[in-house]
Design a protein around this ligand. Structure first.
Ligand code: ADP
Ligand code: DP6
Ligand code: CO
Length: 324
């Protein structure tokens, strides 16, 4: 029998209502439900090949051999289910800056869940694939699907997974990622949200508000109410960053150039061009807008940022196998 070798591609997703905190750190069960848009511009390609002669996994990221510990922990979940102990060679290429708040962990673990499960001959349903991806990185459970995706928080391993909300939106929504700094962040998402859950006095209010935001943004998306959707997304992001400032020790992902980007969006809005910003665990700003306004918004942003810092996405597809 030929050694199984499978390549999968998954796109990143950006949350409009953020996931920021776990109820169960081991199983990655979130404190609140979240909702995201999968993006067509940023993705990860991951190849998994079983390695009969090896005693441990090999992990190569963007052509560089890396410490496989975290990836091995994830692959062990697959191997347990498949009842196979053979190590693997995992080769991954990020078409997205790694660990810069542009959701590389989402595309990474969605691609690895798909390529890994297929390489070990598991036939997982989309729901079980989402549950598996969640174990690598919470946000990855949403990258199994395209378009608008909801992560149902659930209460245990079986009940916490993403579902498509609108997989093929007919809405002409665009997201401009303003890459103000593509370098790796100092505080990983995992550590940041853990500090917040453990120490922020505002955390109970966050959970309550996030659940309201989730219900309201779903209504806004169904009604194609761009204003309402944008306002909720912007507020959710800023509340998340406020939590970070309220933690002990406090920390912050917002940089000077992030504020320049935010100010541009607010000025555009003041001039009647509707657009909203969101930010994840990193300094890069994403601008949500409608296709009809894209060129006007880019023209304004180009006064402050180079062309290569402005990356435009539309809604992207779910995870898929490229070769097997
Ligand atoms: P991001 O904002 O990019 O999602 P995170 O703070 O969530 O950053 O951390 C990224 C995590 O994902 C790190 O542990 C990093 O090593 C891991 N990662 C990134 N890309 C890959 C990949 N292609 N395959 C496996 N792990 C990856
Ligand atoms: C700010 O999914 O990267 O992007 O589950 O610990 O791997 P882990 O964290 P991760 O956190 C993402 C946080 C966020 C918001 C979001 O994507 O919902
Ligand atoms: Co991440």
């Amino acid at each position: 029998m030929q050694t199984p070798k499978v390549t999968a591609r998954a796109h990143t997703n950006i949350a409009l209502v953020k996931y920021w905190g776990k109820k169960d750190e081991q199983l990655i069960i979130p404190q609140n439900g979240s909702l995201s848009l999968t993006l067509d511009h940023f993705y990860t390609d991951t190849t998994v090949c079983l390695d009969d002669n090896a005693t441990q996994d090999t992990f190569i990221l963007n052509g560089i051999k890396m410490d496989p510990t975290k990836v091995t922990k994830f692959m062990d979940l697959i191997r347990q289910q498949a009842n196979v102990s053979t190590p693997a060679i995992i080769e991954s290429v990020n078409h997205v800056p790694t660990m810069a708040g542009l959701a590389s962990s989402a595309s990474a673990y969605a691609a690895l869940a798909l390529a890994g499960s297929k390489a070990y001959r598991l036939e997982l349903s989309p729901k079980d694939l989402s549950r598996l991806a969640r174990r690598g990185s919470g946000s990855a459970c949403r990258s199994i699907y395209g378009g608008f995706v909801e992560w149902k928080k659930g209460y245990d391993d079986a009940s916490s997974y993403a579902v498509p909300f609108i997989e093929n939106p007919t809405w002409d929504i665009k997201m401009i990622a303003i890459v103000v700094n593509g370098a790796q962040k100092k505080v990983a998402s995992r550590a940041g949200m853990q500090t917040v859950v453990n120490t922020s006095p505002y955390y109970p209010a966050w959970i309550k508000q996030a659940e309201l935001d989730l219900e309201n943004i779903k209504q806004a998306i169904l009604a194609k109410d761009f204003t309402k959707m944008g306002q909720i997304a912007e507020s959710s992001a800023m509340r998340m960053h406020a939590l970070n400032l309220s933690a002990t020790p406090h920390f912050n992902y917002i940089e000077a150039q992030s504020l320049v980007a935010i100010t541009q969006v607010e000025e555009l809005r003041a001039h009647g061009i509707e657009c909203y910003y969101t930010m994840d665990a990193g300094p890069n700003v994403k601008v949500i807008c409608q296709g009809k306004d894209l060129q006007a918004i880019l023209a304004k942003l180009k006064q402050h940022f180079a062309d290569e810092q402005l990356l435009v996405s539309a809604a992207g597809p779910g995870a898929k196998i490229i070769t097997s």
